[in-house]
Design a binder for this molecule. Sequence first.
Ligand code: HEC
Ligand code: HEC
Length: 174
Amino acid sequence: MVAVLLVMGCSPVPGPQATGAGSAGDIPDTALSYRHEPLDSAAVTPGTRYSASEPGESQLLERSYENAPPLIPHSLADLLPITRTRNDCLECHHPDAAEDFEATAMPPTHFYDYRRNRRLEDGNPAMYNCTQCHVPQADAPELVKNTFQPRFRDDAGRHSSNLFDVRDEGVEED
Ligand code: HEC
Ligand code: HEC
């Protein structure tokens, strides 16, 4: 009995045949590349065009989904890099300055320490590197079709966030 099982275990199992190079159904390497170039060619990646509009002259973009970090609609020329001693974003987006520049003010979530449950007057250092989450919108064709459709619970969510007010939604008090 044991011998029979061993023999069965070793018998070759019919499976998919390995396809050799050049066989019908092969995908050419030009079709594997988003650049439509052979993978080993040094062709440059197509350039990406970002907004050339100065802050104050760009059009706000709809939020990608409810409470998503808004995309940056204006040029970032001369505003980067953000360093330990220099963060130009704060010059216009800090709540004390935003109105003067007609810029959206940083929301209360960026001034809150969730571990200790307290407001941080100078902002949460974890939110200092703005471009870690806020990215500029580029005029680039979709390489892969995106079928994602955001659902907003109300129209205000298309253009503003309310995460600070709804952050405990669904969490039960002790
Ligand atoms: C000189 C002032 C100024 C500076 C500096 C600036 N912004 Fe802006 N920003 C604006 C204004 C004004 C708008 C509103 C759109 C417009 O009028 O161009 C805006 C829009 C935005 C938005 C979209 C907000 C929304 O409600 O959809 C984001 C995100 C943003 N900026 C991020 C940044 C980041 C990150 C930096 C730093 C790298 C930065 N901004 C630097 C003035 C500024
Ligand atoms: C860790 C990710 C992260 C970082 C870092 C971050 N943000 Fe945000 N930001 C978000 C998210 C998520 C939202 C939307 C939800 C909310 O209100 O917090 C948001 C919302 C905003 C809004 C829109 C507020 C509104 O009322 O609609 C502005 C303006 C903004 N951020 C500016 C900034 C600036 C300026 C910095 C850097 C000083 C920054 N953010 C850093 C994630 C981030």
